[in-house]
Design a binder for this molecule. Structure first.
Ligand code: PLP
Length: 391
């Protein structure tokens, strides 16, 4: 079958293919430790599940308004306004099945062929994939371990040009666990003030998974509100352990929200009604489960970072947010993709090569520590054995 040429430009998310490979090995009877997929291993809280079930039982089994049910858009607007210290109108909120469609829709709505999009690298691979797909040009700002995986602001400024249409930010970050400080965000905003036509897509899906300090969003900077030129992407997948429910949102200038809504009506129509009611319960209900999850992630982070630094040729800084460790493994002598394959095939440890997140990810692995402490310890033992044997 002849496919449209654009399909050759569409990338993928390796986490899903490695998960499939790991599952196939499991089906053959192998014992696999999953450190590849980026989702909390916790169950969704009972009161959220109950709200979803109640919605289904009470007949919430129909289409909803495309941009989401009004109660949820209001609750999201209030939550984003409170957490970012800004004002948000519910008309600026578009509810989507997961946060990912916001990337897809925003890039489709904004980026023309030949436009440049500045983005971190390594980063969530869908940014690059989508920009390539629409014929835009990704421009990378490297993230380096020496700099805590934060931007070098001179490099950031040098990446901007008259062709830049969109800047993508992600903090706390996948795959590095790096976090932009308030000073970083202020510095980025200062540089972008010279480029008033540039829109910012701020992927804040890990905003609540921050281990110290307070969260800094560019949407809080004067001139960068979501009523001006920032699209805030956030959602329920990571914060409330709801990846399988598919619930996220974007907050953006109202005229753009109307266009994104149009893209949604042209594709998936709306987000599942019961899922939206579950999301409402998540926002209105107790938040202590989020704090407990974060404390558990903190303990696992400390365990995995200490263990990784004990491995031969491995060096890992402590991630400041999200639930990923991104150790430097170049001193092991293995290219990252080879080491990830070796660990899966010979040790049953599924993790990702840093190169799954772009070329600046070479020399690193990404390990998700959304797994039990027992499994993390077992994985470290197995990694130690492989590295000692192949040194
Ligand atoms: N943004 C980043 C940086 C992510 O890591 C992910 C998921 O892994 C998403 C967005 C998408 O989240 P969702 O599952 O809500 O679509």
């Amino acid at each position: 079958m002849k496919l449209a040429g654009r399909m050759g430009r569409l990338g993928t998310e390796t986490a899903f293919s490695v998960l499939a490979k790991a599952k196939a090995l499991e089906a053959q009877g192998r014992d696999i430790i999953h450190l590849e997929i980026g989702e909390p291993d916790f169950d969704t809280a009972g009161h959220i599940v109950e709200a979803g079930c109640r919605a289904l039982r009470s007949g919430e089994t129909h289409y909803t308004p495309t941009a989401g049910i009004p109660e949820l858009r209001e609750a999201i607007a209030a939550d984003v306004a409170r957490s970012r210290g800004i004002s948000v109108d519910p008309a600026q909120v578009v509810v989507t099945p997961g946060g990912k469609p916001i990337m897809f829709f925003a890039i489709l709505a904004l980026v023309e062929r030949g436009d440049e999009v500045l983005m971190p690298n390594p980063a969530f691979p869908i940014y690059e994939s989508m920009v390539d797909f629409v014929g835009g040009t990704p421009v990378f700002v490297p993230l380096r371990q020496e700099n805590g995986f934060r931007f070098d602001l001179d490099e950031f400024g040098a990446g901007l040009s008259g062709k830049t249409r969109l800047v993508i930010l992600n903090s706390p970050a996948n795959p590095t666990g790096g976090v932009f400080t308030a000073e970083d965000i202020a510095g980025i905003a200062e540089i972008l003030r010279e480029y008033p036509e540039v829109t910012v897509l701020s992927d804040e899906i890990y905003a609540r998974l921050l281990y110290s300090g307070s969260f800094a969003s560019i949407a809080s900077e004067p001139g960068f509100g979501p009523d001006q030129r920032t699209i805030v992407l956030d959602g329920f997948s990571k914060t409330y352990a709801m990846t399988g429910w598919r619930l996220g949102y974007g907050v953006m200038p109202e005229p753009l929200a109307e266009q994104v809504t149009k893209l949604q009506v042209n594709s998936n129509s709306c987000t599942a009604a019961a899922t939206q009611h579950a999301g409402l319960a998540a926002l209105h209900g107790p938040q202590d489960g989020v704090d407990r999850m974060l404390e558990e992630f903190r303990g696992r982070r400390d365990l995995i970072v200490a263990g990784l630094n004990d491995l031969p040729g491995v060096e890992c800084i402590s991630p400041q947010g999200a639930f990923y460790a991104f150790p430097k493994i170049s001193a092991t002598g293995h290219p990252a993709a080879d080491l990830a394959d070796l660990l899966l095939n010979e040790a049953g440890v599924a993790c990702l090569s840093g190169t799954a997140f772009g070329r600046h990810g070479e020399g690193h692995l990404r390990l998700s520590y959304a797994n039990s402490r027992e499994n993390i310890s077992r994985a470290l033992d197995r990694m130690n054995e492989v590295l000692a044997r192949t040194a």
